[in-house]
Design a protein around this ligand. Sequence first.
Ligand SMILES: [Zn+2]
Length: 415
Amino acid sequence: MNTFTIIFLIALIISSSIQFWLAKRQANYVADHRSAVPEAFKTKVPLEAHQKAADYTLAKVKLGDLDGVIGIIVLLLMTVGGVINLIFEYWSSLALSPLLAGLAATATVFLLLTIIEIPTSIYQTFVIEEKFGFNKSSANQFIKDQFMHLVLGAVIGLPLLALILWIMDNVGSTWWLWAWGIIMGFSLLMSWLYPTVIAPLFNKFTPMDEGSLKDRIQGLLERCGFNSQGIFIMDGSKRSGHGNAYFTGLGNNKRIVFFDNLVNSLDDEELEAVLAHELGHFKCKHVIKMLIATSIMSLISLGILGWLIDQDWFYTGLGVSLEQKSHATALLLFLLVSSTFTFFMQPISAYFQRKFEFEADDFAANNAQASKMISGLVKLYEENANTLTPDPLYSSFHYSHPPAAIRIAHLESKT
Ligand SMILES: [Zn+2]
């Protein structure tokens, strides 16, 4: 066995063992705290809602474990099991140009990965979400969504992939710098187009009606000196009972979007506080900081790929024969296995995300009412059945937001 195969297998065993161990901790912690509402929420959340959140969390952890097992099996089959090698062999036997063969083979692998995920996705939507009363999606809607994602993936992904493969084949050893520039430019373009071109393919966005809520929000935007292309309500309820609010777009193309569920369950002052939190992410430059961090990470990744692409052991160690050694196989192998090696960095990015959440909460407390932010959050936790008692270690790995109790205590110190 190739040394790199052994390194890959060891990394996979370690990272998956940590994943499963953390999931087990989360399940135990949530189950142990299921019998009583935590002290800080005693007067705010009924026991029944707390237990529903626990059961929902446990169901999701179980599905996550199953998904993890499937993911490991698929990854092993694709790489050391030789499936990628077979797919590339097939397409290159058809006497297509190397670029077309690489493109077709990569697309085949992604199509397979998408198809393999469908059963889990069906189970998640029609069993778990359904059981806890969140699913509003019909079978029809579900099929339409899957189809749209595939079409969109092909329309957007294939030309980008073709361009990158062409650059890899034609630009010489600095290809990775060029590829980086293109990927960055492309993701900026996508963020800019997303609110007006892509999101409307899946949901309806209605400008918020004139009235006291809109006036209140407009007042907040003016106080904070924020330019936006409008405030929209999204028909999130056609798929799910979960509620949320978000900012989208770049530059002048920024939009504020509220899920219809959220508008129905929060009062005007709570909505203002939630929006102030989102504005905080912009005002504290979190969006730019994240963008810079992502672009540095992708530059490093592409630089590493630029080196790996010339190493024979990288291919043979991951089940690809040297006859199939190509830029396309290198790129694909890299995309599939890199998370096995970078998994250990997850707590670092989660740490920064949580730091940003505290800063945005501070901004909300200063520009709206902290008490309304708290009551809005408690409603959101309750209605989305998010657990109030996550395992501390699990949440430090996986949570982009601080656990409920810590976040609310922080806000309470601002009232
Ligand atoms: Zn936030």
